[in-house]
Design a protein. Structure first.
Length: 294
């Protein structure tokens, strides 16, 4: 039964990656300022939660912290994209996997297992190869912000995987914070074209609303690092949509990078299942012994 739940979790996380990957398309087709796009999309997402999802709101220090981490991840990534190349920003943000392993190591007070280190190195290598043509290490501040975004991204996975978390409530908190900077752009609302309103609404429903519902269901059924790895497929889907809608070509090494990224996910899942098998056998033998004792 738990294995079925786990497999379902992987599918929900895959859905998260697909939903997140449309963010670039909706943003690029919109000429409005980033803060206004984020604010309007967040309002739409909040309406989506309240009207369609109607979640049970649970507020705690853990839930608020996860919401703040999600907001800080988004805002630092936005500015990183403005100050460095898109490829560098994405690659450095997905250092989040290393931060997830670090947070777990600090909590458990032990060095990350070799399996996790190997998978992280393999995945990050795939990211570097995928965006090799567009990497830039000249823009120090942008790269630093991308790494900081990665730290908050990893923290978001780490906190939302904990017992007592409420990923949808945290997402709503993040959306509420995102609305505040958008108030500065209220005078610009009459100049927003109907097509741009539609794009912002689509972004709120798909990239925030549906994405966070999928994330909430997936993160409860998978380990934080595994969840981070699966959602990393966003970086494979996003260029695919860019190719379809904007005829942007893939980099020369995109295929090799894709193979490494998908390979790291498969290797992680296989090794994860191997680790669980001895535990399941041990648990089964213990239950059998206890029944015989009775």
């Amino acid at each position: 039964m738990s294995e079925v739940r786990m497999n379902t979790g992987y599918l929900w996380l895959l859905g998260t990656a697909v939903a997140w990957s449309f963010s670039g398309v909706f943003t690029k087709l919109n000429s409005q300022p980033g803060f206004l796009i984020s604010a309007v999309s967040s309002v739409v997402a909040l309406l989506f939660y309240f009207i369609i999802i109607r979640p049970t709101i649970r507020v705690s220090k853990l839930v608020v912290a996860a919401g703040i981490a999600a907001y800080l991840m988004g805002i630092t990534f936005t500015y990183a994209n403005k100050l460095t190349s898109v490829g560098s920003a994405i690659v450095l943000q997905y250092s989040s996997m290393a931060f997830v392993a670090l947070y777990e190591a600090i909590e458990q007070r032990r060095v990350p297992p070799v399996r996790k280190v190997f998978v992280i190195v393999m995945a990050l290598s795939g990211m570097v190869v995928f965006f090799l043509d567009s990497l830039s290490f000249e823009h120090v501040l942008g790269n630093l912000l991308a790494i900081i975004s990665g730290a908050f991204f990893g923290l978001m996975f780490f906190l939302n995987a904990k017992r007592g978390s409420s990923p949808v409530t945290s997402a709503m908190i993040s959306c509420a914070i995102s609305v505040l900077p958008g108030l500065l752009f209220l005078p610009q609302l009459p100049h927003v074209a109907p097509r741009e309103w539609a794009l912002m609404a689509a972004g709120g429903i798909v990239c925030s609303g549906l994405a966070n519902v999928c994330f909430a269901r997936g993160i409860k059924r998978a380990q934080p690092l595994t969840a981070n790895l699966i959602t990393m497929l966003e970086v494979v889907f996003a260029p695919t949509w860019a190719f379809i809608f904007f005829h942007e070509s893939f980099g020369r090494f995109a295929l090799v990078g894709t193979v490494l990224i998908i390979g790291s996910i498969i290797v992680n899942l296989v090794l994860e299942q191997r680790e669980k098998s001895p535990r399941a056998l041990q648990s089964g033998s213990e239950n059998a012994c206890s029944k015989r004792a009775l």
